[in-house]
Design a protein around this ligand. Structure first.
Ligand code: GLV
Ligand code: MN
Length: 224
């Protein structure tokens, strides 16, 4: 009797663990396939996920499928000399459920799009103007980098850390596209030194093997 209830308990635990393993992790899973022709995001509806409910079909207009936010140069007068303008479901509701989005990335001379990763999408980009060093780092810490000029295309596998640096003395820009309507972006220097509330000092000093002054010096650069 005792043995059979113990084995039922083990079976239950195994089943629960298996189900948990099979559950998609919302922040890292790919966009689901669309189930409808059109599902323009109703951005005013409250939602706890990155999938928005659809607008009523009677409220959909041609403008829902057009976005002109990437036509203008972004403002690059900031710490990094870069402007990332996003065309994702939040700014372009017609993308909802399509598994697609785009960015425009503008650089001042020497500007950098600092090391970052997209948890929910792979990326492809095309340089329109300038001379860009595009680099990625694999999960085995292998670095691949290449200098690109107008017309050249680069790819970034989902979740990998990558960056782009304008090597030229003039402005530069490119467009990127993602296989998610909301790829997300974790910008490493900001995650580590500008998180709110802050990551505990002890974590940062022990991670970077430096003292508190060095960490405070880093943090002081990211007070916005
Ligand atoms: C470039 O890396 C981008 O995320 O648009
Ligand atoms: Mn990117």
């Amino acid at each position: 009797m005792v043995a059979s209830s113990a084995s039922s308990l083990i079976l239950l635990c195994l089943t629960v663990s298996l189900l948990l393993l099979l559950l998609p992790l919302p922040s890292h899973c790919a966009d689901p396939d669309p189930l409808l022709d059109l599902c323009v995001a109703n951005l005013t509806a409250s939602t706890s996920s990155s999938n928005f409910p659809c607008k009523l079909p009677s409220e959909v207009t041609a403008d829902d499928f057009v976005f002109d936010g990437l036509s203008k140069q972004g403002n690059v007068t900031n710490l990094f000399g870069v402007a990332v303008t996003t065309g994702n479901v939040l700014s372009f509701p017609g993308l909802n459920t399509l598994g697609l989005s785009m960015n425009r990335v503008d650089f001042g001379p020497g500007g950098i799009n600092p090391p970052h990763s997209h948890p929910r999408a792979s990326e492809i980009g095309i340089v329109i103007e300038g001379k860009i060093l595009s680099g990625i780092v694999t999960t085995k810490n292998v670095y691949y980098g290449k200098v690109l000029t107008a017309g050249q295309v680069f790819a970034v596998p989902r979740g990998l850390v990558h960056f782009e640096l304008n090597l030229g003395q003039t402005k530069a820009f490119f467009f990127t596209a993602f296989n998610s309507h909301l790829p997300g972006s974790t910008v490493l220097p900001l995650s580590l030194f500008a998180a709110a509330p802050s990551i505990p000092m002890e974590v940062l000093t022990k991670t970077y093997l430096v003292d508190e002054d060095a960490i405070n010096a880093m943090k002081s650069k990211f007070v916005f």
